[in-house]
Structures are given as structure tokens and as C-alpha cells.
Design a protein around this ligand. Structure first.
Ligand code: SF4
Length: 397
């Protein structure tokens, strides 16, 4: 028996909790597809539907480790080790595990860390047909040394089973779906390219539409959220998906995230005609200086255009803003506030403090400037906010 375990968030989650759950669900379904006797232990689930309680741990435990849930995941792993009959093998995967593979192995929390594409790699590890050193994307200990195997991005994402219907049938009010992995941009605070192993990879249009059809026609899903980082990154592909969405029978709408620099008026109009009803823009700031420091390559006018065109196409819009940005002054904040005012009251605005995520440019800056060490970051149980670290540095702490 193999367990795929998602420990609950210890702190208010950063990043995207549906995305984290989605990526751990993929591992569970990939194991089932390959014929393994696997169960999914979602310790975050409130209704217990996908959290079968158990007498003891399975023979193999696979832990999904993200920044927001690492403290609880580690606790669970330590407890599993102390049981009278501990698991034979503990595997860690997820973006936090990828960056801190050495620390996880040296502390004995896991036997193997899977860095990228765990849906492909974990079944290969368990099959045991090839020596570990030939399985890509893993780290493990051998005779006192840590071995890191070659990095590989598995190209065919269509091989991953449909994760959307599985989660929708756990009682989530809205279905989730991903059509691609990775992002073409490289913002200094964002860990999405760490999460997915770098590079932008797409599922085929036919495979995406098959999953949407399964959700709508077989599972009666009425709302689908596309969790892609920038759904509008490829116009040609988006046009093909929109055409397919219009052919699907059934009442449903969908929502997606996009970068303001990727959308245009024609594209948004097409999305509006194809049952898209909501769009989320990670805007962060409207100050050119702050946008530049964050690695964003768009202007205040791009933000205003993207929102106006979306509204003209009949989409509800939400913009996400970050506070405590690098070098942000009162004047920068006023520029953002005036842009938000210009967007009008129908636009939903959500704000987040800038969090330092492992593997990002901000994280590397923190290491360089001595705000933390790898070990202290690994051990810190809470979220690490950029503003706090900058203040601590200013006070010489
Ligand atoms: S555009 Fe969004 S998903 Fe892409 S790197 Fe920037 S913040 Fe991350």
C-alpha cells in the first residue's frame, strides 16, 4: 500500500492552495493508473471524504511539501518514523522539497526527494526496474553522500490522468484544471517555475477539451477554474481551446488567470463568447519602478487596458496587488491607488504581503544579503515576508 499525503497548512497559505492540492492529486492518480494499491490522505480535507483514517502508515508514504504546509508535513513525517512499524520508504516531493532536498535527506525526514514531475518519477522509483541513479529528478543518500540525478522535464503532459474530475467529486464547489505547466515570465518573487521545474509545457488542446467535457458532460460541473499561470500566453492555442469550449454541451462557465501583457481586446472578446466569466490578473503594483524591480514587463496603461477590455467582453475582473514591495515608496503606493481608483468599483481587488518563496530571485537576494541562511529558512516554521526581512536588516538584526 502506498499513501500520498497532503498535510494541512500550518499558517495562512501563501501561493495557491488549489494548485498545491491539484499537483498532489496528480501523483495519487498516476499511481492508480499504473496499477499501484494507493490511497490519498488529504489531511486538509474538512469533510474527510478523501481522508480515510488509518491504523498505521502504509509501506510507502509520499508527502507533498509546499511552503505553507511544510511544518505540518515534517511533523507527520517524524511521527511516521517513530511508529513501531514505520514505513519502509518515505518520499518527499513538491516545490519546498525540491529546493531543500539536502536538508530533508540529512535530517532523515525522507529517503528520497523527487524534485520535478513527480507523477512520472514516483512510479518509476517504485517500479524499481532501473537503479535509482538512472531515475531522473531525484535526490537520495548513498554511502554517506547525497546523489542528485539528472534533471529532466517530461514532455508529454497528456499522460497525466485527469485530475479535475477526481477533485470535483471530493465535494469542491468548483472544478479545477491545468492546461499547462510553468510560466514564460520570471517575476522575482514567484515560485511557479520552481513548482513545475522550469520551462513552459502545454497539454494538447484535444486532451484539455476531453477533460473539460468529462467534467461538464459526465460530472455536471458548472464552474471550472483554469489554474494555469498565464492562460493567455499562447494566442493560437487559446483560440483553439475557446472554439472547443463552445462545442461542449451543458451549462458551465470557466475562469482563468492571465498576465495583463498577454491579453488583447480580440482575445478577451473571444473568451467572453466561449463561456469565460471571470479573469484574475496578478498586477502587484502600478508603479513603473516597482514593476521593474519585480521583473514585470508591463505598464500602468497595460493594466488599465486589460481590465477595460475584459469588462467590455463581459468578464468579472479581480486584480491582485502586493504590498511591501522592494523599494516601494509612498509615491509608488499612490500610483497604485490611483490606478485602482481608475479601474472603478466593479473590479475586485485583493492584496497580499510579499512572501519570500524558496528558489526565487528574492530568496537568493535574502541569502546574499544575510537575511537568512538556508538552514534558518528551512527551519523557520512560518512564512517569511519580504518587508519583515528588510526591516530586520535595517535594524542590523
Ligand atoms: S507572470 Fe505570474 S505566474 Fe508568471 S512568473 Fe510572474 S507572477 Fe509568476
Amino acid at each position: 500500500m502506498i499513501e500520498v499525503i497532503f498535510a494541512d497548512y500550518a499558517r495562512p497559505a501563501c501561493g495557491c492552495p488549489p494548485l498545491d492540492r491539484y499537483s498532489f492529486g496528480g501523483v495519487f492518480l498516476a499511481l492508480l493508473q499504473k496499477g499501484w494499491d494507493a490511497r490519498c490522505v488529504n489531511l486538509a480535507a474538512k469533510n474527510g471524504k478523501d481522508s480515510p483514517r488509518r491504523e498505521g502508515p502504509a509501506e510507502v508514504c509520499c508527502y507533498a511539501i509546499f511552503f505553507g504546509n511544510k511544518a505540518n508535513a515534517f511533523l507527520h513525517m517524524e511521527n511516521a518514523r517513530r511508529l513501531p512499524k514505520p514505513p519502509r520508504l518515505i518520499i518527499a516531493f513538491g516545490p519546498f522539497a525540491s529546493v531543500f532536498s539536502d536538508e530533508i535527506l540529512l535530517s532523515g525526514l525522507a529517503d528520497i526527494v523527487v524534485k520535478d514531475d513527480p507523477e512520472f518519477v514516483i512510479p518509476a522509483v517504485l517500479e524499481g526496474r532501473s537503479p535509482l541513479k538512472t531515475v531522473p529528478n531525484i535526490s537520495y543518500r548513498h554511502e554517506g553522500t547525497i546523489i542528485h540525478t539528472v534533471k529532466h522535464s517530461f514532455p508529454n503532459l497528456d499522460e497525466i490522468p485527469f485530475i479535475g474530475p477526481y477533485f470535483y467529486n471530493q465535494g469542491h464547489p468548483r472544478a479545477f484544471l491545468m492546461t499547462a505547466r510553468g510560466c514564460q515570465h520570471h517575476c522575482v518573487f514567484c515560485d511557479r517555475n520552481v513548482h513545475w521545474g522550469g520551462g513552459l509545457r502545454y497539454r494538447s488542446v484535444a486532451n484539455v477539451l476531453d477533460e473539460v467535457r468529462d467534467l461538464v458532460e459526465n460530472n455536471q460541473a458548472g464552474e471550472i477554474e483554469l489554474l494555469d499561470e498565464d492562460f493567455a500566453a499562447d494566442q493560437k492555442r487559446l483560440t483553439a481551446i475557446c472554439a472547443g469550449m463552445r462545442r461542449i454541451k451543458g451549462q458551465f462557465f470557466w475562469a482563468c488567470s492571465a498576465c495583463v501583457s498577454s491579453v488583447n481586446k480580440k482575445m478577451l472578446f473571444l473568451m467572453g463568447r466561449s463561456a469565460c466569466r471571470e479573469i484574475y490578473f496578478g498586477v502587484e503594483s502600478a508603479s513603473p519602478a516597482v514593476l521593474h524591480r519585480l521583473g514585470k514587463r508591463y505598464s500602468r496603461q497595460d493594466i488599465l487596458n486589460a481590465v477595460r477590455w475584459s469588462q467590455e467582453a463581459g468578464l468579472k475582473v479581480e486584480v491582485m496587488i502586493t504590498v511591501d514591495n522592494p523599494g516601494e515608496t509612498e509615491q509608488d503606493r499612490n500610483l497604485t491607488l490611483s490606478a485602482l481608483k481608475e479601474l472603478g468599483p466593479d473590479v475586485k481587488v485583493s492584496t497580499n504581503r510579499l512572501v519570500i518563496l524558496p528558489g526565487t530571485a528574492l530568496y537568493r537576494e535574502g541569502l546574499r544579503k544575510g537575511w537568512f541562511t538556508r538552514q534558518s529558512f528551512f527551519e523557520d516554521e512560518g512564512l517569511v515576508f519580504y518587508g519583515d526581512k528588510r526591516q530586520e536588516a535595517a535594524y542590523g538584526r
